[in-house]
Structure formats: structure tokens, C-alpha cells
Ligand binder design. Structure first.
Ligand code: 8DG
Length: 134
């Protein structure tokens, strides 16, 4: 069974929001793009809107699906599905995470990431580079 997990790349003023998982979560202390498991009958976009509201108290709109990553963690396999998202409003209140940072693309590689997020972070950095060169 593959568990579908969505994650949001929320952009504002040239920075993207990343969150650090807490001591008690799986993949403890590692950095990720916030999101969560898709529930039965739920669209990926609806999942993201719900998770980002629950976890961070932010309102977002998913805009563009990037490339999903399939990752095995022990006896579990997840498909991590990233979306570029627009920030609509709200002030961050952390419900589950330890910390958050707004990061410029060139600094993203300096963080200790959940393994599944590494290719997604790299795709985002490449996309951000294209924007500046065009
Ligand atoms: N949300 C999220 N989870 C990620 C990312 N990268 C990554 O490997 N994961 C893993 C960690 C977990 O094993 C799984 C998602 O679980 P979760 O605990 O965040 O999701 P959830 O809130 O819906 O879960 P639950 O507490 O309801 O069980 O995916 C990421 O960027 N965002």
C-alpha cells in the first residue's frame, strides 16, 4: 500500500515556507514542506488546503503540481505529491511542528531534509533559477 501525502511549497516575496518536524513525529527534527496524508475521497488540493489550515493556520491556493516522489521508509511507502501554492492570508500558528523558516531558494540545500523532499527541493530550486534567468 502506498500512502499519498501532499506537500505545499508556499511562496511569498521570493521565499518558500519550510517546517521542521517535532521530536514526536515520524522523521523527527527533519525539515519538510508542510502537508499531510490524503483522506479517502479527498482531492489532493482539498487535502493541502485542509492540512495547511490545521497545521499552520494559513489560507493557501494550490496552483501547480510538481513531480511526485515515491519513498520507502522501513515497511511503509509514501508518494509525496508537491504543489506550488499561493499564500492568501493568515498568521502562522504552529500546531504540530517545532519550527518554521521562510527561505530563499539558494539556502534550501543547507537544511537537513526528509529524504522524500530532496528531489522536490531540487526541482523547486531549478524552477526558481529559470525565473531569474528569463
Ligand atoms: N507532510 C509531509 N510529510 C512528509 C514530507 N516528507 C516526508 O517524507 N513525509 C512523510 C512523513 C510521514 O511519514 C508522512 C506524512 O505524515 P504526516 O504525519 O505529516 O501526515 P498527517 O498529519 O496526515 O498524518 P497523521 O498524523 O494523520 O497520521 O510523510 C513532507 O514534505 N511533508
Amino acid at each position: 500500500m502506498i500512502t499519498k501525502v501532499t506537500c505545499a511549497l508556499i511562496e511569498q516575496y521570493g521565499r518558500v515556507l519550510i517546517t521542521q518536524r517535532s521530536e514526536t513525529m515520524p522523521q523527527a527534527m527533519l525539515w519538510e514542506f508542510p502537508g499531510g496524508k490524503v483522506e479517502d475521497g479527498e482531492t489532493e488540493e482539498a487535502c493541502l488546503i485542509r492540512e495547511i489550515k490545521e497545521e499552520l493556520n494559513l489560507s493557501i491556493t494550490p496552483k501547480k503540481r510538481l513531480t511526485p516522489v515515491v519513498q520507502r521508509y522501513g515497511d511503509k511507502t509514501i508518494e509525496l505529491i508537491p504543489y506550488l501554492c499561493q499564500y492568501n492570508g493568515g498568521t502562522i500558528k504552529l500546531a504540530e511542528h517545532r519550527s518554521y523558516h521562510w527561505v530563499v531558494p539558494q539556502d534550501l540545500a543547507n537544511y537537513d531534509w526528509c529524504p522524500a523532499d530532496v528531489p522536490i527541493m531540487q526541482e523547486f530550486v531549478a524552477l526558481a533559477g529559470e525565473q531569474f534567468s528569463s
